[in-house]
Design a protein around this ligand. Sequence first.
Ligand code: FES
Length: 371
Amino acid sequence: MPAISTSAAALTPSWAQRMWRATDNVLTRALATPLAVDDYLQWFNPLWSSRTIRAEVVAVQRETPSVTTISLRPNAHWPGHRAGQHVLLTVQCDGVRHSRCFTIASGEQEPLLRLTIKAHEQGLVSREVLERMRDGDLVELSAPQGEFLLPEGDGPLLMICGGSGITPMLSMLRTLAAAGQQRDVVLVHYYSTAAEALAVEELAVLAAQWPQLRSLGCCTREAGQGLNGGRFSLAQLQALVPDAAARQWLLCGPAGLMDAVQQASVEAGVAPPLSERFELSPPTVVGEGEVHFARSAVSADGEQGGSLLELAEQAGLTPRYGCRMGICQACKCHVDSGLVRDLRTGEVREVRNESVQICVHAPAGPVQVQL
Ligand code: FES
């Protein structure tokens, strides 16, 4: 019977063997756990990601009792923005991710991204920012979006805004100022009370250095503040800005102001204002037909009413969403087939193997969604 010979060298692993085993362990564990590349990158630096835009909160500044500005340092995936664009901000509230759209307030040239956010009573994300956000927190961002941009050329502008609708205008003014472009601009800003007026001092400083800039603050609820002009009217605008009809109008603010200014532009015979409307909330409609969520094998009755997103949630599903108003695309889902109604336009169309924003579409007949 042959002797079995075992030398000490054969039992003691070499340095290379020990390294291989250590690496092998890490690789084996990595491959065996359901984590993505980003999860491993985050072990080293929470901002690192293979593709996601993440940002660190580097300053939180209370502007008014209900408005906060957060300054963000994004990672290398942030492509830069154009003045007037918005972004989808994702934060964790009680361990659950929530996303909402906010307009960018910083100028295009600024190294940090600034979001000036008004907290609304029912606003999960805006209240999280107001009440809990701190320096060092991490958030996720979408790429910048939107076509509400500073008009090109050097034509005179009339910016009309209300409340936090001033943020895209501030981004535009900050961009122009940093580029040394003293364009002819009148800013008419509506705010409810003096305590809620935004960027008052900054606008006064800018206007002192920029002779072609006029900043007119209109306080709607308090006597003795701002121009005390009350709410917007065409007569008021023509008194404040006699050459309003010769300017390009830009508009951002609450729905009431948006509607009034749109109507005034018709009466004044000027081009429709370039505008961004954030308060669009699709009407809840009674749908028709059965919605089948194929991957979850559950169905909902379209007659319950609501968008495909709301029907999915009522059925116990948790689809991804962001703005819930048709802006961010976060809720897009594959629809195999069906008849859907666009809640923004009322248009009914047949869909077959198409990606659909489920927050702004309701069933108009049987629909099968890959959820
Ligand atoms: S959630 Fe933003 S488009 Fe639907």
